[in-house]
Design a protein around this ligand. Structure first.
Ligand SMILES: Cc1ncc(COP(=O)(O)O)c(C=O)c1O
Length: 387
């Protein structure tokens, strides 16, 4: 089946987070695509409602098989049913991991910039936030391994929250980079939680490596978190997975989940998860093609009209990290300038100090919307640079 990603679907007045504006703002922010979900997912939900019984539910063998097959065939990640737990979301799991691996006051390491909940969950849970800035090397982020090691020893870090693929920079960390992280963490006995929610949005020319495929011998300290929600644009359904290969660790995580009785998903999440992994591949392939074309369109537009915006071309995802420092001196003013032009992007500063004068744009929308949004960005920044 061929999907039409050019279709503009009105999302106003649906309770959508992305489209909550009452005016004509074009929202190119939160990581949510403006594309209709894959037909097999929608059909699987329709089947449930047609059946008409919405009672208590548990994960089926077929669901486990779908998860195991997807990860085994795409990433050579060999999972057993016993390696898989369910969680309402990756962010709730990040919070849970504080309790699995650390005590109040312990140091938790993250990179800067980073998806904002990495910071807030550490702090809200009373842990000490330690950051290691990523280095911009010729327009792509690199890990600063020397700094990471210094931070680990200086602060006695207990847990490293890794984001792979990285949000907002779009890097897909290579196997070599992941090996280097593992070596450091093993040396100092630091646990690693790898948020891999953007794994399936890896773009052509890049290879996603699940951390667990490299963690042999250190599996008691490695957890990965992922979900079908980002991949298949069904974030409103909520639902995610926790993978760990060590029996004792899985047991500990499960016990922690049971403290709040938060280890189950709802009927629609299980249903969508299974149909997505069993039958969503064709939609995903087409969505990624459309996204790559939108990334090209955005890069070409910016290079032509706003040549002083420095673009970090993503290796995964539909999010592009833009350095707008040539066009602004103040973070709030930069955000407001775009806001006033009725185009909404994420302010980079929300992702840490490294986000100063940067903006994150989401290009997963029909070309017509993207083009209008880019024109507004051009008008706004071009005008502001004249003042
Ligand atoms: C890196 C990363 N982790 C987690 C999430 C959200 O996960 P969830 O909705 O499952 O809590 C996002 C959403 O944008 C994300 O970019």
């Amino acid at each position: 089946m061929l999907y039409n990603f050019d279709e503009v679907i009105d999302r106003r007045d649906t309770g959508s987070v992305k489209w909550h504006y009452s005016d004509e703002t074009i929202p190119l922010w939160v990581a949510d695509m403006d594309f209709k979900a894959a037909a097999p997912i929608l059909q699987s939900i329709e089947q449930v409602t047609q059946h008409g019984i919405l009672g208590y539910i548990k994960p089926t063998e077929a669901l486990y098989d779908a998860i195991i097959d997807w990860h085994g065939s795409r990433y050579n990640l060999q999972l057993d049913k016993d390696n898989i737990l369910f969680s309402p979301g990756v962010v709730p799991s990040l919070a849970l991991m504080m309790h699995v691996f650390t005590e109040v006051g312990d140091a938790v390491l993250i990179n800067d910039p980073i998806y904002a909940p990495f910071m807030s969950k550490v702090e809200q849970n009373g842990r000490t936030l330690v950051t290691s800035a990523l280095k911009d090397v010729e327009g792509q982020y690199r890990l600063d391994l020397a700094d990471i090691e210094a931070k680990i020893t200086q602060h006695d870090v207990k847990l490293y929250l890794l984001c792979n693929p990285h949000n907002p920079g779009g890097r897909v960390w290579t196997a070599e980079e992941l090996e280097a992280i593992l070596t450091l963490c093993k040396k100092y006995n630091v646990a690693i939680v790898s948020d891999e929610i953007h794994q399936d949005l890896t773009l052509s020319g890049h290879t996603f490596t699940p951390l667990l495929t490299l963690a042999t011998g250190y599996e008691h300290k490695v957890v990965s978190l992922t979900s079908m929600t980002k991949t298949f644009n069904i974030a409103g359904i909520k639902g995610s997975m926790i993978f760990a290969k060590d029996e004792g660790l899985i047991k500990k995580i499960s016990q922690q989940q049971h403290l709040n009785d938060e280890y189950e998903l709802n009927l629609f999440a299980y249903t969508a998860m299974r149909s997505a992994y069993e039958q969503g591949g064709a939609w995903l392939t087409q969505a990624l093609e459309y996204i790559e074309a939108n990334i090209d369109l955005t890069v070409r537009f910016l290079e032509e009209y706003l040549p002083d915006v420095r673009i970090m071309r993503p290796e995964a995802s539909y999010l592009i990290w833009l350095d707008c420092s040539a066009y602004a001196k103040d973070d709030q003013m930069l955000y407001d300038t775009l806001r006033d032009a009725k185009v909404e992007l994420n302010a980079g500063i929300k992702y840490g100090q490294e986000g100063h004068l940067k903006m994150r744009i989401n290009v997963a929308c029909p070309k017509a919307l993207l083009t209008e949004g880019l024109n507004r960005i051009y008008q706004a920044l071009e005008n502001s640079s004249k003042h």
